[in-house]
Design a binder for this molecule. Structure first.
Ligand code: BG6
Length: 485
């Protein structure tokens, strides 16, 4: 039996370019879908799905707005200029790995240029070189909610097959340029999220979809992403010897609300649907039950000749996922609901919640690890986990975030048990190790970090970085390879 975490376990944190870099309109960067996202303190799911805020008119207006006032992701936390200081803090905590993403529109401003933007490429040269210098392994996501806005406007995002070629060109440039610096790659962040927020994930503008066709177009776009993911997996393996490519799933672990068979059946179907996205990327084919479900819904995906073969041939090397909370499912209507990561479920009476209503469930992480390993038999990597909370800075500049320490401590205990039961887990990167702009609400006040950033929701503040209590705690966890919780 294994005791504790493996020797070279990749402890670290995870970021996304559009939530940290800022520098939205300099050095040749084009607008991305993230640059038109506006601040919204209360997330309504319909809103986030893009049905309220993402219309062609809203986008047109945002394209004309030349400042970052209403658009917090345009400013991020100025990581573009402060990455050295931030990496030094991560190194001080002992990070072995950092997950970041490459902003596609920094390299190809509209997505359709034939030649990349050299200045954009140079930024990531420096970022990855500095990570290597500090002994921090880069884990790089190629698409994390930041496709060039121009592709969204011209093609309705991933709905058009043309975007596959544009993405493949972008990825080839990245593999060729960073082949000596980056070994671990993720293709699409939370590929399943296309169903929950089609604009953010795939540039699909809901009011551009013909009446009654939105769902079908979402599955069509998803198919294009599956094919693109398989093609770039092949390219990565060809261009970078020894490279490892992973898929990335939002692990929306769902329990039946009761043992009533109707609840159990609904839950089973929910979970099968969640797995479907990773199934395609790991097993190389669409699950039969999902194809039948699509057929019954009258959803027809147009596939080019050879697509199925591409999916079958180029599967991923490992499975990465995010885990924040669990949900429950019931066949009954009218039960009290709880919020989750861009999703709602029936409230679980056994679980506490964060200030944003996400239900805290450390055992759910262990269950997720056991389920995923049993199903895929592939190495696993946790690339997002954490707790968004409001932090208070004391007059002496300290921040006592014991709620966050508790959250991590309980999750790490479960993670360790799963590893000791035989799950092959090779790393853990917490979400937002430094405070960043929230993906869902664009808030700064929803803080995940071990490091505090002095900036409020309106963008006021010095941007100074401060160590929270959790900073010192995580440092000890890493130094003891997870023994000292
Ligand atoms: C994940 C995303 O779904 O959740 C991240 O990959 C996001 O980009 C994270 O930030 C937490 O969500 P939020 O809305 O609290 O930032």
């Amino acid at each position: 039996m294994t005791k504790g975490f493996p020797k070279n376990f990749l402890w670290g944190g995870a970021l996304a370019a559009n939530q940290v870099e800022g520098a939205w309109n300099i050095d040749g960067k084009g607008l991305s879908v993230a640059d038109v996202a506006t601040y919204k303190a209360n997330l309504s799911l319909d809103d986030y799905a893009g049905h309220v805020t993402v219309t062609s008119e809203v986008i047109e207006k945002a394209m004309k707005d030349k400042d970052d006032k209403a658009y917090p992701k345009r400013r991020g936390i100025d990581f573009y200029h402060r990455y050295k200081e931030d990496l030094a803090l991560f190194a001080e905590m002992g990070f072995k790995a950092l997950r970041v993403s490459i902003a596609w529109s920094r390299i190809f401003p509209t997505g359709e240029e034939q030649e990349p933007n050299e200045v954009g490429l140079r930024f990531y040269d420096q970022l990855f070189a500095e990570m290597r210098r500090l002994g921090i392994e880069p884990i790089v996501t190629l698409s994390h909610y930041e496709m060039p806005l121009a592709l969204s406007v011209k093609y309705n995002g991933w709905v058009e097959r043309q975007v596959i070629d544009d993405f493949v060109r972008f990825c080839r440039v990245c593999f060729t340029r960073y082949k000596d610096l980056v070994k671990y790659w993720l293709t699409f962040n939370e590929i399943d999220s296309i169903n929950r927020h089609p604009f953010t994930t795939a540039g699909i503008i809901p009011n551009r979809c013909p009446e009654g066709k939105e769902e079908e177009l979402i599955y069509q776009a998803l198919h294009h992403q599956f094919v693109a993911s398989a093609l770039v997996t092949a390219d990565c393996h060809r261009i970078i010897e020894g490279s490892q490519v992973g898929c990335m799933l939002t692990k929306l672990t769902t329990y039946p609300n009761t043992c009533h068979p109707a609840d159990v059946e609904m839950t089973l179907k929910k979970n099968l649907h969640n797995y479907f996205y990773a199934d395609v990327q790991v097993f190389g084919e669409y699950p039969v039950l999902i194809e039948n479900m699509l057929e019954r819904k009258n959803i027809h995906i147009v596939m080019a000749r050879g697509d199925r073969e591409i999916l079958r041939k180029h599967t991923v090397d490992f499975v990465s996922f995010s885990y924040y909370m669990s949900l429950t499912e019931s066949a009954k209507d009218g039960l009290e609901k709880a919020a989750g990561n861009t999703i709602m479920g029936v409230k679980n009476p056994y679980l506490p919640s964060t200030e944003w209503g996400w239900q805290i469930d450390p055992v759910g992480l262990k269950i997720s690890l056991l389920e995923l390993y049993d199903r895929y038999k592939k190495p696993l990597l946790i690339v997002e986990n954490g707790m968004g909370a409001v932090d208070k800075v004391e007059s002496d500049g300290t921040i006592h975030d014991d709620y966050r320490i508790n959250y991590f401590k309980e999750h790490f205990k479960q993670m360790k048990e799963a590893v000791e039961e035989g799950v092959e887990l090779f790393g853990y990167t917490s979400w937002g190790p430094i405070d960043i702009v929230s993906a869902g609400t664009c808030q700064m006040s929803k803080r995940y970090g071990f490091i505090y950033v002095d900036q409020d929701d309106e963008g006021n503040g010095t941007l100074k970085r401060l160590r929270k209590d959790s900073f010192y705690w995580y440092k000890k966890v890493i130094a003891s390879n997870g023994e000292n919780l």
